[in-house]
Design a protein around this ligand. Structure first.
Ligand code: TXE
Length: 481
């Protein structure tokens, strides 16, 4: 049994009330470890450590802060296999995905913000006629909270922690209780890299206890959160009256719009990825596929053919392309959506079945699933399933597909496949979302703003946007007449 601990003030500690949660391996449904079920007392203890560390960390020269972040990045690289194995075991994702995507990206997050902070500037504005010069200072906020989900555990945790630390803040982080393992390993790396004690504190436990204690803490100045929209609402309700800064990256129900004039082969390969990568458990997955009517039948045949070749299997197998879903509860949620197929005119085209994997009988495996729907207003098109389930439907006109793409409460990302420049510019302008990909999917440049509109969230992460979020702006006006 692996027993994880909280990381507070550079030390690995048991939860104060000595309460523990089981940690499950979704590839076979077994309990393989325990994690702290932390409470308000643990959060308060972490806050005291963070508060004490703040004075020194916020005054540490940028070059030194940057060097420590770069060191963390290279230590993550050095421990690629260890991190990837932990991530795959905890989350059920194929080990190949953890090695290729999750862990390298966690290292990139630290590397990127280690460099970005050295280039982060403030502005000055001179008004000659008035003889004034204004300049802007950007101070770190103090102690901030970072709360992350289970789908890309280390990747999303570090996407928040790295900029917060780079900007000179101290952090209390809470990874998802469903996937805590790599966050635990990160503590050790931070000590090795020379991150001073108390600058980063990692608390494990349930959202309703440890998470809620972080968002309710009067002196925690900002909350950066990625997770479900319903949790986002709770966080907003709690933190907004306290005037905390909030960055919320929530759910998505992203359209993937395919026009007949696209580069067909490229689109097909990418659409398989955008539908089923990470078992469809990425907020950016294109779960509503709209196909121009003239190529709908051809697409349907080819898409089913490609998807049927995807290998569902144990995450530890190198050849596995679709691993296990993250937890029993999530598996059941996804299955409940599949159970509704047919009730509203929708038709199961492929998959929709539990997969029994030899020697992993208790695991949460599902065939990638394709459903043809009649209307965009059906539940399958309106609710976030967050699993390996996509819908497809044909469209006749640009105006109709744009209307359907936008007719959903979410607005995170969209993909458009076309070789018509005017059309791609038109859709890029009119799609209601924070990110549009034209003729590609999930190509990420860490300098770009990342986030959504409507129920997909509030604020932007990435690049200088998140460094602005993690700093307080003060303007100074000097009259030099
Ligand atoms: O996420 P939660 P869940 C979507 C997806 C999924 C649904 C629910 O549709 O089915 O959300 O997933 C912490 N105060 N996404 O329930 O609960 C929690 O401990 C403070 C989309 O697993 O939102 C965890 O660390 N924190 C998404 C984190 O919030 C609280 C990724 C996320 O968990 C809290 C994951 C509280 N009151 C799920 N309650 C994306 N946008 O990528 C929970 N938490």
């Amino acid at each position: 049994m692996i027993q994880l601990k909280n990381f507070i003030n550079g030390e690995f500690l048991n939860p104060i009330q000595n309460q523990w949660l089981d940690n499950y391996n979704p590839s076979n449904g077994s309990v393989y470890g325990q994690l702290p079920n932390s409470c308000l007392k643990d959060v308060n203890f972490a806050y005291e450590a963070a508060k004490k560390a703040f004075e020194s960390w916020s005054n540490t020269p940028i070059e030194k802060r940057s060097a420590i972040l770069l060191k963390i990045a290279s230590l993550i690289d050095d421990n690629l296999d260890r991190f990837a194995e932990a991530e795959s075991k905890d989350n059920g994702k194929p080990i190949s995905v953890a090695k290729r995507l999750d862990v390298p990206r966690a290292a990139s997050n630290f590397r990127f913000f280690g460099h970005a902070i050295t280039q982060f500037q403030s502005e000055s504005h001179e008004t000659k006629s008035e003889k004034t010069i204004n300049y802007t200072l950007r101070h770190p906020l103090g102690v901030v909270g970072c709360i992350s989900p289970w789908n890309l555990p280390l990747y999303l945790l570090t996407w928040k922690i790295a900029p917060a630390l780079a900007a000179g803040n101290c952090v209390i982080a809470k990874p998802s209780e469903i996937t805590p393992y790599t966050a635990f390993l990160l503590g050790e790396i931070c000590n090795k890299a020379g991150l001073p004690k108390g600058v980063l504190n990692i608390i494990h436990g349930k959202g309703a206890n440890a998470g809620q204690a972080i968002i309710e803490h009067v002196h925690i100045k900002a909350i950066s959160f990625t997770g479900g929209t319903e949790t986002g609402k709770i966080i907003a309700r709690t933190a907004a009256p306290m005037f905390k800064k909030l960055s919320l990256e929530l759910g998505g129900k992203n359209p993937n719009i395919i026009f007949a004039d696209c580069d067909y082969e490229k689109m097909l390969i990418s659409t398989v990825k955008s539908s089923f990568s990470n078992q469809g458990q990425i907020c950016l997955c294109g779960s509503r596929i709209f196909v121009e009517a003239s190529i709908f039948d051809r697409f349907k045949t080819d898409f089913i053919k490609c998807v049927s070749k995807l290998i569902v299997g144990p995450p530890s197998n190198k050849s596995t392309q679709i691993g296990a879903l993250v937890s029993k509860a999530h598996y059941e949620k996804v299955l409940s959506f599949i159970d509704r197929v047919g009730s509203d005119g929708s038709k199961l085209l492929y998959g929709g079945k539990r997969v029994h994997v030899k020697d992993h009988e208790g695991g949460y495996y599902l065939t990638p699933t394709i459903v043809q729907v009649e209307s965009n207003s059906c539940q399958l098109n309106q609710e976030e399933i967050f699993g390996p389930v996509v819908t497809i439907m044909p469209f006749e006109s640009e105006s109709k597909v744009l209307e359907m793409a936008n007719d959903v409460k979410y607005g995170l990302s969209a993909t458009v496949w076309t070789n018509n420049l005017k059309r791609s510019l038109f859709f890029s302008e009119h799609l209601e979302c924070g990110i549009v990909w034209v003729n590609t999917w999930m190509q990420r440049d860490l300098r770009t703003p990342f986030g959504g509109v409507k129920s997909s969230g509030l604020g932007r992460e990435g690049g200088f946007e998140i460094l602005r979020f993690f700093t307080e702006t003060k303007n100074i006006c000097i009259n030099y007449k």
